[in-house]
Design a protein around this ligand. Structure first.
Ligand code: NAD
Length: 447
């Protein structure tokens, strides 16, 4: 006991022996501090899980009351997180791992009821458990005096992630460059380029050699794949690497259908790996400026009209190839729905997609994606608020760190567990929402 820094009260301790031998010998009783510990034939854990489930249900009634008093959603979420979530998580690291499916489902139901009351997605119980286990493991590994410290050993893969880049176009070339010269002191230093995959017969690029898909999925020193091909082949490539248990960073859009993205996300969860979709448009100075301007204002109506040159084949329907603009609108104005959408196709590869969207409080937003040979790349905005109108984004100087580098830092931070479960969940919800909208827009255009 001294060795483990534990003190047991012999009066509150019992002993149970499990021995499968035919003729078990009589064993001497355990003695603690000169007291003999009594023997028992059975034991049970105290009902922590039942208690948490019961208490959480009781607090749900209070959450309902608060909603009746028309408390804003943010405050309802704060109440949920501070009270109900902390009740659900009481000693969760001890009991959740061995909870049976029926118990897990009852906890999921409690969270689903809370989601309905609050009107927002809340963290699943499995994610809460995983993040608390990780935190606890982190605390134990950081404390050499902890009795369980010696049970943990950092795997070599945590200190460095070997990576392969698939598709050597504009994005793929920059990914290799950034891995060869990562931002000093950033998590991106954890990524090391091991090779690239190209469908063309290429010589080494920037000193990095080509390898085959088969080699990349089977090599143990490759734990990460960057998928930088045209949009149409993202899904297959992402699936191949996830199935091989590799972490994946895929350039946007992750897929060109919503269902495929859901399936890939489930696969990543099943394999216990990170699936990251790059969104550099949210890292631009333009976007940061706009986000700051929009904050605190109430939108009346708005338009985002994008123009650009024609795309090569393989980039998918405009609502998918233009997902960056849709992501802007969702990040600026929250969850959206689509009412109508049309696609006009002219001669000489000209196309114009117009989608009519609605914010959650029924404010109309128009999103136009227009492409044609030689059309200048531009984002024209007209956002009318209760207090003012925004109709242009002023030119902003580029940030000191490149956009793909910023994205690699964010991805690497996910790999080393530096991004909170709340943020990961928020990102996933936003990405799937945008892909679902893109698919609805495509269906409306084609109907
Ligand atoms: P690109 O056309 O320049 O490059 C695509 C490359 O992928 C080509 O070299 C092609 O030969 C290769 N490729 C295609 N299928 C392949 C396969 N199965 N195996 C190996 N290689 C394959 O395109 P890009 O501009 O680099 O864009 C790539 C992805 O990055 C797209 O999904 C795009 O949406 C995204 N993206 C690009 C930018 C950018 O600034 N270029 C910005 C954000 C996101």
């Amino acid at each position: 006991m001294d060795q483990n820094q534990l003190e047991l009260n012999p009066l509150k301790t019992v002993e149970m022996t499990v021995d499968f031998r035919e003729n078990p010998p009589t064993l001497p009783h355990v003695t603690i501090l000169n007291s003999t510990v009594s023997s028992v034939d059975s034991f049970k854990f105290l009902g922590t899980r039942k208690w948490t489930s019961h208490m959480a249900q009781q607090w749900l009634c209070w959450l309902c009351q608060l909603r009746k008093f028309s408390l804003p959603q943010e405050l309802l979420v704060i109440f949920y997180t501070a009270i109900i979530q902390s009740v659900l998580c009481t000693s969760i690291t001890v009991w959740f791992g061995s909870a049976i499916k029926q118990n897990r489902n009852s906890l999921k139901r409690t969270i689903r009821s809370a989601e309905k009351i609050v009107g927002a997605d809340l963290l699943p119980i499995q994610d809460l458990y995983s993040s608390r286990v990780r935190n606890q493991a982190g605390l134990i590994t950081a404390d050499p005096s902890h009795p369980r410290h010696k049970l943990f050993r950092l795997l070599p893969s945590v200190s460095m992630f070997g990576a392969v880049v698939v598709g050597i176009g504009t994005a793929g070339w920059v990914r290799i460059r950034d891995m060869l010269a990562p931002l000093p002191g950033s998590p991106a230093e954890k990524l090391g380029i091991k090779g690239f995959i190209s469908r063309r017969n290429l010589d080494p690029q920037q000193g990095v050699s080509p390898i085959s898909v088969e080699e990349a999925v089977s090599r143990e020193d490759i734990q990460v794949a960057f998928i930088c091909t045209e949009n149409a082949s993202h899904e297959d490539s992402v699936r191949t690497f996830l199935q091989a248990g590799k972490h994946v960073c895929v350039e946007y859009p992750m897929t060109t259908t919503y269902n495929a993205a859901v399936e890939l996300w489930d696969l990543a969860q099943e394999k216990g790996v990170v699936l990251h979709e790059e969104h550099i448009e949210l890292l631009t100075e333009d976007y940061k400026w706009l986000k700051k301007e929009v904050e605190g204002k109430t939108l009346q109506e708005g338009t985002l009209h994008f123009t650009g040159g024609t795309l090569k084949p393989g980039f998918g329907f405009p609502s998918f190839s233009g997902i960056a603009r849709l992501t802007w609108l969702v990040e600026l104005f929250g969850e959206l729905s689509v009412t109508t959408a049309t696609l006009e196709e002219g001669s000489g590869n000209c196309s114009k997609m117009t989608a009519q969207l609605l914010t959650s409080n029924n404010r109309p937003l128009t999103w136009i994606e227009e492409r044609g040979p030689g059309l200048p790349r531009a984002k024209n905005i007209n956002f009318q608020f209760d207090s003012c109108t925004l109709n242009q984004i002023p030119p902003a100087p580029r940030g000191a760190t490149g956009l793909f580098m910023q994205d690699s830092i964010h991805f690497a931070a996910k790999l080393v567990g530096q991004i909170s479960t709340v943020e990961l969940q928020r990102e996933k919800v936003r990405i799937l929402h945008c892909l679902e909208l893109a698919e609805k827009i495509q269906k409306l255009c084609q109907s």
